[in-house]
Write a protein that binds this ligand. Structure first.
Ligand code: FES
Length: 107
């Protein structure tokens, strides 16, 4: 089963199994990962599941959809080239452990 490593702004990490077909956000909420709010439950409406994909893995991720890109305009923390919404992120085939950095704030 693929893994997701969540890295908090202070460097603390948690590595969790991700059920195939479920999103990074769903995994975070299921395991009460600090710093991911997901207020809309994955409806692409709140931007509080904002995360940063690790630089080393960005090339392996499919691009954000136009709708995701539009919602990313409303994130509270700095938007970076690696910014994505956790509710739209799934572990791509070929990656055993997806590394995700959590922003300083979601609100
Ligand atoms: S959970 Fe609301 S946009 Fe991802």
């Amino acid at each position: 089963m693929p893994l997701v490593r969540f890295v908090e702004p202070n460097g603390a990490e948690r590595t969790l199994e991700i059920v195939t077909g479920t999103s990074v956000m769903q995994t975070a909420i299921r395991h009460s990962v600090r710093g991911i709010e997901a207020g809309c439950g994955g409806c692409l409406d709140c931007a509080t599941c904002h995360v940063y994909v690790d630089d080393s893995q960005l090339h392996a991720m499919p691009p954000a959809s136009a709708q995701e890109d539009a919602v990313l305009a409303a994130v509270a923390a700095e938007r970076r080239p690696t910014s994505r919404l956790g509710c739209q992120l799934f572990v791509p085939v070929g990656i055993e452990t997806l590394i995700i950095h959590i922003p300083e704030t979601q609100l």
